[in-house]
Write a protein that binds this ligand. Structure first.
Ligand code: FES
Ligand code: FES
Length: 160
């Protein structure tokens, strides 16, 4: 990449020009420290807990396992981009609140994004399918049942 060339990534519907010095950074560090998207949480840092999950081109990805250059030209969604432009929560976020699926909240951004990516591909999931889809995301507080309930309830909003 030339000195004046910048890599473009679309993040939460905005095109962001990435300075060359940042292209080799760990993606989780970049999102949190350079873009201040601190809804992307740091957990294990090793790809095991799912707290750093974002969507890259609509598919869940663990930001701690990527560098910035891995997502060149992609479209990224973090939890900061889930709400509607008028500030109202996305129905999936609201369903998490209504079902009591949030306790400490640390796992919640990653949970919501994994579920969002899944429901876009499969808007009619069974409870078993939801459990399998959410297996990469760990929660130390809720016991998972309310999370599964929230996803089941929100699924109808993904029907075309
Ligand atoms: S912080 Fe990325 S999977 Fe745990
Ligand atoms: S709500 Fe605390 S880790 Fe899930």
């Amino acid at each position: 990449m030339g000195a004046d060339k910048k890599m473009i990534i679309q993040i939460n519907r905005n095109d962001i020009a990435i300075p060359e010095r940042s292209t080799g950074m760990n993606l989780l560090t970049f999102l949190r420290e350079e873009l201040r998207l601190t809804g992307v949480k740091i957990g294990c840092g090793k790809g095991f807990c799912g707290s750093c999950t974002i969507l890259v081109d609509h598919k869940p990805a663990k930001a701690c396992q990527k560098t910035v250059v891995d997502i060149a030209g992609s479209s990224v969604l973090t939890i900061e981009g889930m709400a509607n432009p008028d500030g109202t929560l996305h129905p999936l976020q609201q369903a998490f609140i209504d079902a009591g699926a949030i306790q400490c909240g640390y796992c919640t951004p990653g949970m919501v994004l994994t579920a969002h990516g899944y429901l876009m591909r499969n808007p009619n999931p069974t409870r078993e399918q939801i459990k399998r889809a959410m297996a990469p995301n760990l929660c130390r507080c809720t016991g998972y049942q309310q999370i599964f309930e929230a996803i089941e309830t929100a699924a109808e909003h993904y029907h075309l």
